[in-house]
Design a protein around this ligand. Structure first.
Ligand SMILES: Nc1nc2c(ncn2[C@@H]2O[C@H](COP(=O)(O)OP(=O)(O)OP(=O)(O)O)[C@@H](O)[C@H]2O)c(=O)[nH]1
Length: 335
C-alpha cells in the first residue's frame, strides 16, 4: 500500500507587505498503482482530492514578489519506508527543506523523517574549478527544472551530477530537489535543481515546479521514440509559459549506453534543437557520459546572457540607468 500526498502553494505579496493574499492548492492523492517495492508487488489504492484554500500569510513579508512552494510525501506501508520533499521559492530564492526520494529500504523511514529538520545540508555540494585574482566574483542562483516522460532518467541525471552516483531509484513523487554550487572563475553559481515526476498523473501540477525557472532540461530516452515526441510537447508548453529568451532550454537525449536499442538519431534531435534554438547534448547517467557537460553548457549560456544584459558603462565613466523601462524584462506570470 502506498500513500502519496502532494501539495503546491503559490501567491503574490504586495509591495508594502501589509496585505498578502495567497491562494493555495492542496492535492491529496492516494492513487491506484501496481508497484514492485523491495521485491514484492504492492497494490496501491487511491483517492484523489483537490481543494483551493484561500490563505492570508505573514504581515512581516515586506518585499514585492511571488511565493511558491511545493511539498510531497510518500509512504510505502508494504516496504515500511517513506520519503519527504519540500521545495520553497520566495522572492526568487529557493531553499531546500527536504529530500524527496530514497530507495525503499527499512532505513528510509528514519532518513526521510530526519530530513524534515536538517535536509538540504548534505545535498549541497561545492565544485571548485578556479579562483579569480580580481577579488570577489558575482554570485548567481539559478533554478533549473528537469522535465520529460517517466523513466527517461531525470533523477538519475540529477543524482549523477550532484552526487556522482547511479542507482535504482523509485519513480519521483511530485518533485525532488537538489542543489549544486559551482565556484567558477567568473562567478559563483548555485543551481537549485527541481526534478519533476514524469508520470502523467503529475503533469497538472508540473507548472508549480517550473515557474520562475531560469533553465530547463527537457530529457528524453534515445531508445524510446515516444519520449522524444513528448519532449517536443514539453517544449511547446514552455514556449507558452515563458517569454522568448526568458529561459535557457537544453534538450537532453539520455541513455546513450543503450546504443543498440537507439530509436532517436543524434542528427534528428540535433536538427530539432537547432531549429528551436535549444542547447543539445546526449548523455548517459549510467556511464557518466556528458552529464556535467549539460549543466556546464547551461551555466555558460546563463552567464553569457547575464553579461549581455548587464548595464553598459557610459563613455564618461558613469553607468547609465534606463528610466524608460524598455530594458526591463517582464517576468512571466501566466499559470
Ligand atoms: N541504461 C540506462 N538506464 C538509465 C539511465 N538513466 C536512468 N536509467 C534507468 O532508467 C530508469 C528510470 O530512471 P529515473 O532516473 O528514475 O527516471 P525519471 O525520468 O526520473 O523517472 P520518473 O521519476 O518516473 O519521472 C531506472 O531504471 C534507471 O536506472 C542511463 O543513462 N542508462
Amino acid at each position: 500500500m502506498q500513500l502519496q500526498l502532494g501539495m503546491g502553494r503559490e501567491g503574490w505579496s504586495d509591495a508594502g507587505g501589509t496585505v498578502t493574499v495567497t491562494t493555495a492548492l492542496c492535492c491529496l492523492a492516494w492513487l491506484p498503482d501496481w508497484r514492485d517495492a523491495g521485491g514484492t508487488a504492492a497494490v496501491t489504492a487511491a483517492l484523489c482530492c483537490l481543494a483551493w484554500l484561500p490563505d492570508l500569510i505573514r504581515p512581516g513579508v515586506r518585499s514585492k514578489g511571488r511565493c511558491s512552494r511545493a511539498a510531497s510525501l510518500t509512504f510505502d506501508t508494504s516496504a515500511g519506508a517513506g520519503a519527504f520533499a519540500f521545495g520553497c521559492s520566495r522572492h526568487g530564492e529557493a531553499r531546500t527543506h527536504g529530500w524527496g526520494r530514497h530507495p525503499v529500504t527499512p532505513d528510509t523511514r528514519t532518513a526521510s523523517l530526519a530530513g524534515q529538520q536538517g535536509f538540504g545540508k548534505d545535498m549541497a555540494q561545492t565544485v571548485t574549478s578556479g579562483t579569480s585574482p580580481e577579488g570577489p566574483r558575482p554570485s548567481y542562483m539559478y533554478k533549473v527544472v528537469l522535465l520529460g516522460s517517466m523513466s527517461v532518467g531525470k533523477s538519475s541525471l540529477a543524482c549523477r551530477y550532484v552526487r556522482n552516483d547511479f542507482r535504482e531509484l523509485l519513480p519521483t513523487v511530485g518533485c525532488s530537489f537538489f542543489t549544486q554550487t559551482l565556484d567558477l572563475e567568473e562567478a559563483t553559481v548555485k543551481f537549485e535543481i527541481w526534478d519533476t515526476a514524469g508520470q502523467e498523473k503529475y503533469h497538472s501540477v508540473c507548472h508549480l515546479y517550473y515557474r520562475d525557472a531560469q533553465a530547463a532540461l527537457i530529457v528524453y530516452d534515445i531508445a524510446n521514440k515516444q519520449t522524444f515526441s513528448r519532449a517536443k510537447l514539453w517544449l511547446e508548453e514552455l514556449e507558452k509559459r515563458f517569454l522568448p529568451d526568458e529561459i535557457v532550454i537544453a534538450l537532453v537525449g539520455n541513455k546513450t549506453d543503450l546504443a543498440a536499442e537507439r530509436e532517436v538519431t543524434t542528427e534528428e534531435a540535433e536538427e530539432f534543437a537547432q531549429t528551436k534554438g535549444l542547447l543539445f547534448k546526449e548523455t548517459s547517467a549510467k556511464s557518466n557520459y556528458q552529464v556535467t557537460d549539460v549543466f556546464m553548457a547551461v551555466v555558460q549560456e546563463l552567464l553569457r546572457r547575464e553579461k549581455e544584459n548587464a548595464p553598459k558603462p557610459s563613455p564618461h565613466g558613469r553607468s547609465t540607468v534606463d528610466l524608460s523601462g524598455s530594458g526591463a524584462r517582464p517576468r512571466c506570470c501566466r499559470s
